[in-house]
Design a protein around this ligand. Structure first.
Ligand SMILES: [Zn+2]
Length: 265
């Protein structure tokens, strides 16, 4: 079975969970945005996580699972939320809930805590870092991680909306959940905690590389990308530069802390 850093891919989803993948593959979206439809056995309605792009065929495929109680949003990037208002309309006004009120339709914004939707308990875990408004959703079976953790590769810290200090804190919290990981892009993975630990190790390695590049004279995001990501695909260079800015900002703030508060990274 293929794996990512020792974490097995999952080829069978839990009962009551359906993946509807959007037709928007690309360097940032991998195979396309994962829209997750949750409908526990016996439930009279489904819950949708991340409607994805405003694509008529994709939204119709999601709407085929109606009735839908609520549409949940992991974060406000357009490849996750663009289709939300149209899907809500297709579903007769199903409420849309996100941490950012700007993306809500007919319902209050999400805060930390447990929702009961269509008979399903869903814990809202605020996980800022990829973006300020990122949340993960946790059920008894799985963690739905949006872009905080992807099914393949690593996530971008979308600086300045995202920030690395928050992201490291969020990943550390996700190491508590040894459950299935159902990401916003890429395949399902077997163990959220293990992938979160691998992401943290990757971030520590990157920070060490950035520090070394700075000592060697790289002092701009562009120069850091050249030093740390020498084989970067030009199509995603902008994302690497955003991550480099996030790392520079993080290191600058760390250097301004009194010694007793220094993170041992
Ligand atoms: Zn995103």
């Amino acid at each position: 079975m293929p794996c990512m850093r020792g974490v097995a891919l999952v080829d069978r989803l839990p009962d009551g969970v359906t993946l509807v993948r959007a037709p928007n593959p690309g360097p940032m979206t991998l195979d396309g945005t994962n829209t997750w439809v949750l409908r526990p056995s016996g439930a009279t309605a489904a819950v949708v996580i991340d409607p994805g792009p405003d694509d008529a065929g994709h939204l119709a495929a999601i709407a085929a699972h109606q009735p839908v109680s609520t549409i949940l949003i992991t974060h406000g990037h357009h490849d996750h939320v663009e289709g939300a208002a149209r899907l809500s309309a297709l579903l007769g006004g199903a409420p849309v809930r996100a941490a950012d009120p700007a993306h809500c339709v007919g319902a209050p914004p999400l805060t930390a805590g447990t929702l009961v939707l269509a008979g399903l308990e869903i814990e809202v875990l605020p996980t800022p870092g990829h973006t300020r408004d990122s949340v993960c959703f946790r059920t008894a079976d799985a963690v739905f991680s949006g872009d905080t953790i992807l099914g393949r590769g690593t996530a971008v810290v979308a600086h300045p909306d995202g920030d690395l200090s928050s992201y490291l804190d969020s990943l550390t919290r996700l190491t508590a959940y040894e459950s299935l990981l159902l990401p916003g892009h890429g395949p399902a993975l077997g163990d959220c905690a293990a992938v979160a630990r691998a992401y943290l190790a990757h971030r520590r390695d990157r920070l060490a590389q950035v520090k070394a590049a700075m000592v060697a004279g790289a002092d701009t995001p562009g120069a850091l990308v050249d030093a740390v990501y020498p084989d970067i695909d030009p199509a995603i260079r902008f994302a690497a530069e955003a991550s480099a800015r996030a790392q520079l900002d993080y290191l600058r703030r760390e250097s301004q802390k009194p010694p007793e508060q220094l993170d041992p990274l």
